[in-house]
Structures are given as structure tokens and as C-alpha cells.
Design a binder for this molecule. Structure first.
Ligand SMILES: Nc1nc2c(c(=O)[nH]1)N[C@H]1C(S)=C(S)[C@@H](COP(=O)(O)OP(=O)(O)OC[C@H]3O[C@@H](n4cnc5c(=O)[nH]c(N)nc54)[C@H](O)[C@@H]3O)O[C@H]1N2
Ligand SMILES: Nc1nc2c(c(=O)[nH]1)N[C@H]1C(S)=C(S)[C@@H](COP(=O)(O)OP(=O)(O)OC[C@H]3O[C@@H](n4cnc5c(=O)[nH]c(N)nc54)[C@H](O)[C@@H]3O)O[C@H]1N2
Ligand code: SF4
Ligand SMILES: [Mo]
Length: 753
């Protein structure tokens, strides 16, 4: 049995319906995890939020003489209740890998990277970037950040680069991931505000997962679904029969990219059946009439035809959505990573609004976030939003930020940043000449790698700040800055349900590696703008600045005292406003004194009062005709390539997860493509054959895995192997500029014969 099948079978056994309460990952011993030799028995324990996915599980890290020796799930935390997935259990292992970057490295005259001191590294960083700026203007240096460092570091990076170094354009890998949800929520609700709390997984009657595979990508969220005692209907909308689809009560294997027509057809049918919540629509939304008129052309019959799904099944779904039961929509990358992702996300938001499924237990139009701190990046990275969800173009916003940071307002750019793809295009045009990558591996994860590699040649100076010197991006850098990783530094993450949790230093970083925070301090000093950041002395000091910046915004967290408060109550969801008068006294049921201490309710959802963040307090219906697929299959490239997560043990570009012996046993070593057995037979492809997958941009030679879970005419390749993005096409959502990673046309040929 191939490793892929082995993992899938384990999944099937553990999460098939009928065993709803069984836990997927409750037996770490089966993986050989959590064991410690007697000689290193721990003498203390601290809690720290996991640094992989946005679920935000809390781990108990066991220490000996101040250094981590092993870890286990934290049963007292309201997110994971003691559970953790294999990546979490193995979180400490990648820290000891022998390819850690332990010293700065500079590319010398011989073309090779070699170790230099921090002094030399800073001279090169400042010398090169200032040189480029003086020749080509301040905006000729850009940065690309991440959703995987602590919020305090993200805020420091964005503020240092933009207010300190004069950089105008900076974006992050969250563009690849969350931009669609951000724009959809902003337009519909008036602020980027995922409304749910994880308790909603347990309190919903109907859970509709769209383009989301939580069994693999968010295994502990899936465990929360398994705890639902209401015998829920679980519907998975995904072209593939994923692990989650197998575990659901209903799988709708729609034609790829037919979702928008599908959801418009469902909305049309809900109206036709008279199942809307007119009172909610009248009181809390605007533009419903225009939406209703628009829907005229999008009948359920049309939806069935475009999506290739049976009319009767869709009719039942429309009736279920309008049944008055608690219905929740959950979406991830199958929605966000689309050339029409924003309108697609809004088509689900529209359905939730018109049936009154928002602001109540078990409801919501809910974007699941990806990386451990995607939400921190969305609010505080100072990339496309000015700190705290504000706008660079808005003078009042700039003044507020200047007042609250003490940084002169003239230093705040008044134009918004280019998006990731626009930064890449600007490099191609010769407009951007210096690029700084922080905790992201662009040379593997960005779309259309062949083009990116060519464009890289146009850069005068590429700096990569990473834990490892062996990543695809570090290998093509001019300067590598060695960074501490998760577990080697302090700060906070914001998880998918808006919960701010603490992550901790439990080990010393190797060699001369420094926390990103300290690297930013060093750069500020050498750049000559250190005095602007005098108050930015530690992560906790920055947390206090962020609190100030959040005041009055929907993400107001002025009611959180500090790190100790987060520890005491098990993470805190935003918003938590400081009561008028300055004292942390009870307000609106959020803060309750209990035994003298302040206690925060463990689960809070947004919009319980029906008030949204637009000036009129109403949510908006947004809609638009579906667009044509940018690269539909044709006779030369007859397959649609879907990409995404392969197993729960692989993380993105694998710089961390490939370092664990245990995790490596849980996924296939070599790149592979999943192909339907009917197509394989027609093309003479046998299991494990090496085959060629080619697109208009490049070719990948990968192993064939024959699985009926992909439909004929479609292929699936995990993103964890570098070859995948040599095939993908640069197409983007026009509003969010998020790449459409999940649809390009490819051809398949057998190369064994
Ligand atoms: N183990 C593991 N967990 C992870 C990650 C990881 O790398 N490894 N990464 C984290 C991050 S950053 C993210 S963003 C999340 C991603 O989490 P998910 O979005 O759940 O994962 P993906 O596999 O990228 O995509 C989900 C599904 O979208 C489907 N899809 C493709 N095209 C369409 C379409 O047209 N319509 C519909 N309805 N579905 C479609 C794919 O078949 C796939 O099953 O996972 C997070 N968790
Ligand atoms: N084809 C295809 N491509 C995709 C996707 C897809 O579904 N299909 N998904 C997209 C999505 S949703 C995402 S989020 C991206 C992810 O893409 P990337 O962000 O490029 O992926 P990672 O492997 O997580 O890269 C993080 C890098 O940061 C380093 N690192 C980890 N911790 C730290 C730290 O604390 N400090 C520093 N300085 N470095 C650190 C790691 O070693 C690693 O090199 O990929 C996108 N690419
Ligand atoms: S589910 Fe996500 S947060 Fe929880 S242990 Fe696994 S990777 Fe970490
Ligand atoms: Mo992501």
C-alpha cells in the first residue's frame, strides 16, 4: 500500500460517520510521540500556542532546566481541549535540524554564500538597500512577510520598513491565502471580521464546508465538529472526495469553479420557496432587492447544469439552508484561491444573511484561516492595511496612528501598498530592485515559479530571513539572516476564531540566530532610525502599543491587560474593549469579576446584536456575474489541475515538517499526482509510474497515484513539493489579488514507456 493510501485509510477509520465521537489524533504513542527518556524528565511546564495552523491549539511544553524536552496537548484550553495533530506533537523537532541558519550568510565575489558577522550583515543590508533607494527612489525596495511570526514582530516589520526605511510596498504570504476573505468581509460587513467561535462547530445543525478539507488542514477543528451532539448534516462542496468529504453526511462533487453559479442558484431557490428571513433582511442588511433581481437569471436548474450536480440534491440543500435550523458555512482555499474568490465568499455571506444565519449559535459565513497568525497579519502587519485595520489613504487614520505611535505623520505613506503579484510585476519592470523576504518561501510557494525565477534575476539584492539556510528562497538569496523559530521567542498569535494566545520561548535559538524581533531592532539601529522605535523594546511592550492602536476599531483589545491576562483566561477573542473610565470593570457581559480576578467568556461570536461595521450598521449584499475560467482545459491541455494540502503531517514548503523522522513516515517522500483510474487506464498509466504533467509554463515529473477520489478530467497535486508551482498560472481575483492556485490546464503523459 502506498503511503498516501495508508494515511487516507487511517483517516477513514477514525473519522467516518458513525464514529462521530472518536478522536482522530488522540493516540500520540501510535506515532511514537510524547516519550521522554528518564534522564531528561521535565521539572517545569509552560503553555504555548502551536506555530503551524490557525486552529491555535495550546501545547503544554515540558521543560528541564528552562529548556523544552517534550510537549503534550493542553486539556485546559478552550480551543483543543488536550488534542493536537502530528505536527503539533512534533513541533520541537524541526528546531534541532542541522540545516538551521546559525550565522548570517552573504554571497561573495565567488558567487557562494558564506558566514559573516552580524556587523557585516547589517552593513550589507543597509548599504545595499540605501544604495538602491538613493538611485531609484524609496519605493524601489519592497518586502514580503508572513502569517507565521508573532503579531508583535509583524507590526514591527511593517512599521520599521514603512515608517523607518521609507519602503512603500510590502505585502505577505497572507495574500496567497487570506486576501479574498479580507476583502469579502470588508465589503460585506464593513470590517475584516470572521464572525464565529469554535463552539459553533458543535452547535450547528447544518455545516456546509466549501473548498475546505479540515480533516487534513485543520484536524483539531474537525475534532470540534466530531463533538457536535446535534446529529448535524455535514455537507462538503469540493470537486474531490476528500478525507473530509468521506467523513461528511453528504459530498457534492461539483465541477471545479462552478461554485458561484451553484450558490446563486441556491439563493434563487431559497427565495422561490419563501424561506428567507425577511425581518432580519429588513432590519440588518442593504441591497437585498437588487440581489433578488440579479438572481433572476441564476435558477437552480442553471446551477445544476453548470455544477454537474443533480437538481434534486440541490433542491434538498436549498430547503435545508432555509429550514430555520442553525446553518453554518465554512470555507477555506477552494474559495479564497480563485479568480472570483471575493464574490464567491460573498455568495455564502449572502445566503447566511438572507436566512438570518449570523450572530447566533451554530451559524455564520465563516472563513477558516490558514497560518498560525494569519489573523494577526490581517490586522497588524501594516502591509495593505495601516496598523489596526486602517487605510493608508485616509488622513485621519494616518494622524491617529502617528499620535498613538509617536512617529511623525510625514513618515506614514499615503498610498496603499502594491499587492504581492504587483510587487513581482514591479520587479519585472525594473521598478523594484531590492526585496526582503521574511518567514516565507516565495521560491517554492508563489504561483508560476518559472516566471518568478526569471524575475529574481532582475533584483539587485535579495535578503531572506529564515530559520534554515537551505530553503529554495535562501539558496537564491544575496544575504541570509538567521532567525529563531517558533519555540525560541515570545509573543502572541491570533487564531481563526479571533483568539489572541501566547506563544513562548522554550529553547535558545542555535548559534547566532536571533528572534525576528531582535533582527528588526538591529536593523532599526543600523539604518539610523532606532530612536523612532525606542518604545518597541520587547514583544510585550509592542503588545501594549498594539492595544493603543486598536482602540476604537472593531478589533479593539484595550480590555486585555497584558500577557498575564491572556495566560490566566486561556486566550482572549477580539474585541475586548476597555470599559469607559479606564478601569477594567465588567462591561456588556464581557468581563466578569470572579473571585477578584477578571474572567472573560470563553466563546464569543460577532454580530449577536445584528449591528455590522458599515456606517449604517447594515451588512451588504454583493454579487456579480461569474467570470470565465482564465485557463480552461482544451485538447492540448485537457486536464484541470487542483492543488492543495496533501497530509496532516506536511506543512507548506516542508522546511519544518521534513525535519521530523516521525512525520516523514506519514507522507510520501516523492512528489506525486492523484489521477482517476479511468484516465490512468486510458493513458496506460499504472500505480507509481513516473509521469509527466505539463502546463503552458512548465513540466513536473511525478509519481502517479490512482485514486477515484479525483474526478476524471481532473488531477490533484499537493503544494508541498516544489514542482507543483512550476505548473500553476498567474491568474488573480480582481478585488483581492489572491492567486488562483486551484485551476490551470495541464496535460499528462506516461514517461515509463
Ligand atoms: N497539514 C497542513 N495543514 C495546513 C496547512 C498545510 O500546509 N498542511 N496549511 C495551512 C494553511 S496556510 C491553509 S491556507 C489551510 C488550507 O486549508 P484548505 O483550504 O482546507 O486546504 P487545501 O487543500 O488547500 O484546499 C481545500 C480544498 O479546495 C478544493 N478545491 C479546489 N478547487 C475547488 C473549487 O473550484 N471549488 C471547491 N468548492 N473546492 C475546490 C480542493 O480539492 C481541496 O480539497 O490549511 C492550513 N493547514
Ligand atoms: N500550488 C499552490 N501553492 C500554494 C498554495 C496552494 O494551495 N497551492 N497555498 C498557498 C498558501 S495558502 C500559503 S499560506 C503559502 C505558504 O507559503 P510559504 O509561506 O512560502 O510557506 P512556508 O513553508 O510556510 O514558508 C515559511 C518560511 O518561513 C520559515 N520560518 C518559519 N518560522 C519562522 C520564523 O519564526 N521566522 C523566520 N524568519 N522564518 C520562519 C520557514 O523555514 C519557511 O521557509 O503557499 C501558497 N502556495
Ligand atoms: S491542528 Fe494546527 S494548531 Fe493544532 S496541533 Fe495541529 S498544526 Fe498545531
Ligand atoms: Mo495559507
Amino acid at each position: 500500500m502506498s503511503p498516501v493510501n495508508l494515511i487516507k485509510d487511517q483517516m477513514r477509520v477514525r473519522c467516518h460517520d458513525g464514529v462521530l465521537t472518536e478522536r482522530l489524533v488522540q493516540t500520540p504513542a501510535a506515532y511514537g510521540l510524547g516519550r521522554v527518556p528518564k534522564s531528561v524528565m521535565p521539572d517545569a511546564t509552560v503553555d504555548s500556542v502551536c506555530g503551524y495552523c490557525a486552529t491555535g491549539c495550546s501545547l503544554k511544553v515540558h521543560l528541564r532546566e528552562g529548556s523544552a524536552v517534550n510537549l503534550s496537548g493542553n486539556s485546559g484550553y478552550p480551543v483543543n481541549m488536550g488534542m493536537a495533530c502530528p505536527k503539533g506533537w512534533e513541533a520541537l523537532t524541526p528546531l534541532s535540524a542541522n540545516d538551521r541558519a546559525t550565522s548570517p550568510m552573504l554571497r561573495g565575489a565567488n558567487g557562494k554564500l558564506s558566514s559573516v558577522s552580524w556587523e557585516e550583515a547589517m552593513d550589507a543590508f543597509v548599504g545595499k538597500f540605501k544604495g538602491i533607494q538613493s538611485e531609484h527612489g524609496d519605493a524601489s525596495v519592497a518586502f514580503l512577510g508572513t502569517g507565521q511570526i508573532v503579531t508583535e514582530e509583524m507590526a514591527f516589520l511593517g512599521t520599521l520598513a514603512k515608517f523607518g526605511m521609507g519602503v512603500v510596498h510590502g505585502d505577505g504570504n497572507t495574500r496567497q491565502c487570506m486576501a479574498t476573505a479580507v476583502v469579502a468581509y470588508k465589503q460585506s460587513f464593513g470590517f475584516d471580521s470572521p464572525p464565529y467561535t469554535y463552539q459553533d462547530f458543535e452547535e450547528s445543525d447544518v455545516l456546509i464546508f466549501v473548498g475546505a478539507n479540515p480533516c487534513i488542514a485543520h484536524p483539531i477543528m474537525w475534532q470540534r465538529v466530531m463533538r457536535n451532539q446535534r446529529t448535524p448534516e455535514i455537507i462538503v462542496v469540493d470537486p474531490r472526495k476528500t478525507e473530509t468529504a468521506m467523513a461528511a453526511t453528504k459530498h457534492l462533487p461539483l465541477a471545479p469553479k462552478s461554485d458561484l453559479a451553484l450558490f446563486y442558484g441556491l439563493a434563487n431557490r431559497v427565495i422561490e420557496l419563501g424561506l428567507i428571513d425577511q425581518a432580519f433582511i429588513d432590519a440588518h442588511t442593504s441591497d437585498f432587492d437588487a440581489f433578488q433581481e440579479f438572481l433572476g437569471d441564476y435558477t437552480l436548474g442553471h446551477a445544476a447544469e453548470i455544477s454537474d450536480l443533480p437538481y434534486d440534491e440541490l433542491d434538498s440543500l436549498a430547503r435545508l439552508i432555509g429550514s430555520g435550523k442553525r446553518v453554518s458555512f465554512w470555507w477555506t482555499m477552494g474559495v479564497n484561491q480563485s479568480y472570483e474568490g471575493v464574490r464567491l465568499a460573498q455568495s455564502m455571506i449572502n445566503l447566511a444573511l438572507m436566512t438570518g444565519n449570523i450572530g447566533k449559535p451554530g451559524t455564520g459565513a465563516n472563513s477558516i484561516t490558514g497560518q498560525c497568525n494569519a489573523m494577526g497579519s490581517r490586522l497588524f502587519s501594516n502591509t495593505t492595511n495601516l496598523l489596526g485595520g486602517r487605510a493608508f489613504e485616509n488622513e485621519t487614520d494616518r494622524k491617529t496612528v502617528a499620535e498613538r505611535t509617536g512617529i511623525p505623520v510625514e513618515r506614514i505613506p499615503s498610498e496603499p501598498s502594491y499587492a504581492y503579484d504587483q510587487i513581482i510585476d514591479a520587479i519585472e519592470r525594473g521598478e523594484i530592485k531590492g526585496l526582503w523576504l521574511i518567514a516565507t518561501n516565495t521560491a517554492h510557494s508563489w504561483i508560476n515559479q518559472k516566471r518568478f525565477r526569471k524575475i529574481r534575476e532582475k533584483l539587485d539584492f535579495l535578503v531572506v530571513q529564515d530559520m534554515y539556510h537551505t530553503t529554495d528562497s535562501a539558496e537564491i538569496a544575496d544575504l541570509v539572516l538567521p532567525a529563531a523559530g517558533w519555540g525560541e521567542k515570545d509573543g502572541t498569535f491570533i487564531n481563526s476564531e479571533r483568539r489572541i494566545g501566547r506563544t513562548r520561548k522554550v529553547r535558545k535559538a542555535p548559534g547566532k540566530a536571533l528572534s525576528d524581533f531582535n533582527i528588526f531592532r538591529l536593523i532599526a539601529h543600523h539604518w539610523g532610525c532606532g530612536e523612532l522605535f525606542a518604545e518597541w523594546s520587547s514583544p510585550e511592550a509592542v503588545f501594549q502599543i498594539l492595544k493603543r492602536l486598536s482602540a476604537g476599531q472593531p478589533c479593539d483589545i484595550t480590555g486585555i491587560e497584558g500577557y498575564d491576562h491572556l495566560d490566566r483566561v486561556g486566550g482572549i477573542q477580539w474585541p475586548l474593549k476597555r470599559p469607559e473610565g479606564g478601569d477594567l470593570r465588567p462591561e456588556g457581559g464581557d468581563l466578569r469579576p470572579e473571585g477578584g480576578d477578571l474572567k472573560v467568556e470563553k466563546q464569543r461570536r460577532l454580530f449577536e446584536d445584528g449591528q455590522f461595521y458599515h456606517a449604517d450598521g447594515k451588512a451588504r449584499f454583493l454579487f456579480e456575474a461569474p467570470r470565465a475560467m482564465p485557463e480552461p482545459p482544451n485538447t492540448e491541455y485537457p486536464f484541470i489541475l487542483l492543488t492543495g494540502r496533501g497530509t496532516s503531517s506536511q506543512w507548506h514548503t516542508q522546511t519544518r515538517t521534513s525535519k521530523s523522522d516521525v512525520l516523514r513516515k506519514l507522507y510520501p517522500k516523492d512528489a506525486y499526482v492523484e489521477i482517476n483510474p479511468i484516465d490512468a487506464k486510458r493513458l496506460g498509466i499504472a500505480p507509481d509510474d513516473l509521469i509527466s504533467v505539463s502546463s503552458r509554463r512548465g513540466e513536473a515529473k511525478v509519481k502517479a497515484v490512482l485514486l477515484a477520489s479525483v474526478q476524471p478530467g481532473q488531477l490533484f497535486m499537493p503544494m508541498h513539493y516544489a514542482s507543483t508551482n512550476y505548473l500553476t498560472a498567474d491568474a488573480f481575483d480582481p478585488y483581492s489579488r489572491q492567486p488562483s492556485y486551484k485551476a490551470c490546464a495541464v496535460n499528462v503523459t506516461s514517461i515509463n514507456t
